[in-house]
Design a protein. Structure first.
Length: 97
């Protein structure tokens, strides 16, 4: 008969990684870190813990959004030559007769 693996609680994993328990449980729920669901509780094997540590060591790929050449948004410049609309305050409702 083979011995069952030791299952670590989220509190133990969070403490070992220096993260919050909420972060560990949330990432497990999202499927972003390997975990085992036992009843209503999350548990982690030593192999899963090693996978989490290995994933944390690899920097995440930063994806920058592609810029469209047909963008209608204009950048803000203080010396813009665009006409500036004159703003006029409205009369408060309590003063309208």
């Amino acid at each position: 008969m083979s011995a069952l693996p030791r299952l670590h609680r989220p509190e133990e994993v969070a403490e070992a990684l220096g993260l919050s328990v909420w972060w560990v449980k949330d990432r497990a729920r999202q499927g972003r870190i390997p975990a085992t669901r036992v009843g209503n509780s999350w548990r982690f094997t030593a192999a899963q813990y090693q996978q989490i540590v290995a994933a944390a060591e690899q920097p995440a790929a930063v994806q920058t959004p592609a810029r469209s050449s047909r963008s209608t948004a204009r950048p803000y410049y203080a010396d813009s030559t665009a006409p500036v609309a004159a703003l006029t305050p409205r009369v408060p409702r309590r003063h309208i007769d």
